[in-house]
Design a protein around this ligand. Structure first.
Ligand SMILES: NC(=O)C1=CN([C@@H]2O[C@H](COP(=O)(O)OP(=O)(O)OC[C@H]3O[C@@H](n4cnc5c(N)ncnc54)[C@H](O)[C@@H]3O)[C@@H](O)[C@H]2O)[C@H](O)CC1
Ligand SMILES: [K+]
Length: 475
């Protein structure tokens, strides 16, 4: 089962793996043609009703595989308004090939010729809201026709994210959906075929640009509250700056007053809030929870906290009473197993910390992805296990991020990652945010390693995070 928006991400990942959308469209179109062959004999009259997006594009491909049928293709709109290159290329192939094609520019003039089969390719996963004109009129005509209706990917009007069908949507007899079922499709009256269109399993397994698309912030928003520092001062500063570089509007750092000035000294952009003492202690917890609950959207607990017994106890008490989302990193991780909380936590252990939490031990985390999935399920939170490859799991779905470079095995890159996770948690579900964050961090490292190779330092990556999320040139 996959939602429409995840399908778009998988498409994008497939393209990055070298399987371009046009190739997927060719496979989709071929699957549609085979579905028509199953419901009608050669020579039968087929009318293709194509929209201006890739859903229409799939059917324009199908036409080329239906040479033994009497096919008329109606494009709803002007050819110049076709929304994607790959759909337009397939329209032009039909025009040049002198297929029977017609652009319907006035939906009032739409009259469907008598036919045996109608291919409904007006709208797929690109729909937003109920059917608008001209699709609405076309859907009425399709539903009124005495023909077998084969819908491409989803019946037009079906929302593949919400799993609901528009009241004025097409009533399909058969649906040929691609790659995986979409939620709610089984509940429709129509038969459902899930056609394999050659998307590599890796496009779902490995983090890719499609995952960044899903988690990319579209506005500057969110406040991070980094609770860190004490023995170490660089870690909380890196995590907080990374959160800002990921699009958050403010980043606060709560740290002992003995080091607060030092942390503020690293970056004007941070707002450092000192508390009494030299390390985090239980008597700070109530105030920190109250601040976090009232002012902040996400907490990053752990960078640089150190392992003093009272600090670990304070981290436990914080997580027992804080109810908002948090990224838990470094020395705070050990308190998560067995923790009673409803809060959304993303844990970012390295290999040693993962084993310390009771997770699997392994040189290469890719050898223990099932064990990490089981561990995440038992833990009840998302685990982003950091290694040469990162393994991300919520206990049901497990992803792998291969982005990054050996040069990133330097102190501080994990602190950055915790800040990036915090920034993306605002914009995607925890598994998606953690997967995208791992990919962004690795991608930023790759960009910097092109200049500094094994000499890169974590703070270099800060400037490359925006380019890894929004594109653009950080060179
Ligand atoms: N991996 C795959 O699953 C593949 C899927 N393919 C096909 O691509 C479509 C999705 O294509 P997309 O271009 O994103 O959108 P649509 O074709 O569904 O429609 C967009 C088009 O429709 C207009 N529109 C949006 N909402 C409405 C509305 N309520 N009423 C009327 N018109 C509307 C909008 O303006 C756009 O122009 C997917 O379903 C598959 O069929 C790929 O071809 C291959 C891989
Ligand atoms: K459709």
């Amino acid at each position: 089962m996959i939602t429409g928006e995840r399908m778009v991400a998988v498409d994008e990942n497939a393209a990055a793996l070298g399987v371009p959308r046009r190739q997927l469209m060719e496979s989709s179109g071929n699957a549609v043609a085979r579905a028509v062959e199953r419901v009608a004999d050669p020579g039968a009259r087929v009318v293709v009703v194509a929209g201006r997006g890739n859903n229409g594009g799939d059917a324009l491909v199908a036409v080329r595989f239906l040479e033994d049928y009497d096919v008329t293709t109606l494009l709803l709109g002007r050819p110049e308004a076709i929304g994607t290159d790959i759909a337009r290329a397939n329209w032009e192939a039909l025009e040049r090939g002198e297929y029977d094609v017609e652009a319907v520019t006035d939906s009032r003039s739409l009259s469907l010729p008598d036919c045996d089969v109608i291919v409904d390719a007006m709208l797929g996963t690109g729909i937003s809201g109920d059917l608008r004109e001209p699709a609405a009129s076309a859907a009425r005509a399709i539903n009124a026709a005495d023909a077998t209706v084969v819908s491409v990917d989803v019946p037009s009007g079906f929302d593949a994210d919400a799993g609901e069908h528009a009241d004025n949507g097409v009533a399909a007899d058969h649906v040929v959906t691609f790659h995986d079922a979409k939620p709610g499709l089984e509940g429709l009256e129509s038969t459902l075929e899930v056609a394999d269109i050659g998307i590599p399993a890796a496009a779902e397994r490995f983090a890719g640009p499609g995952d960044v698309d899903l988690a990319r912030p579209a506005e500057r928003t969110g406040r991070a509250f980094v609770i860190g520092g004490g023995p170490y001062t660089g870690a909380p500063a890196l995590a907080a700056q990374a959160a800002l570089r990921t699009g958050m509007e403010l980043a606060f750092v709560a740290a002992p007053d003995t080091v607060a000035g030092e942390i503020q000294g690293y970056a004007e952009d941070l707002i450092v809030q000192p508390y009494e003492g030299e390390v985090l202690t239980p008597d700070q917890v109530e105030g920190l929870v109250e601040t976090a609950e009232r002012h902040d959207d996400v907490v990053v607990l752990g960078p640089g906290l150190g392992t003093a017994e009272e600090t670990i106890e304070a981290a436990r008490q914080f997580l027992e009473s804080y109810t908002g989302p948090a990224v838990v990193d470094a020395d705070a991780l050990e308190v998560v197993p067995g923790l009673e909380t409803e809060a959304t936590l993303v844990c970012t252990p390295n290999r040693r910390e993962l084993a310390g939490m009771g997770g699997p031990e392994a040189e290469d985390l890719r050898a223990v992805t099932d064990e990490i999935e089981t561990f995440a399920a038992d833990l009840g939170h998302v685990v982003l296990a950091k290694g040469a490859a990162d393994v991300i799991s919520d206990g049901e779905t497990t992803r792998v991020s291969r982005a990054g470079t050996p040069a990133m095995a330097v102190g501080g890159t994990g602190d950055l990652l915790s800040g990036i996770v915090a920034g993306l948690l605002e914009h995607a579900d925890p598994l998606e945010a953690a997967t995208a964050a791992a990919y962004v961090n690795g991608h930023a490292g790759e960009r910097i390693a092109r200049r500094h190779d094994l000499g890169l330092v974590a703070s270099d990556l800060l400037e490359a995070i925006p380019a890894a999320i929004w594109g653009g040139d950080d060179e």
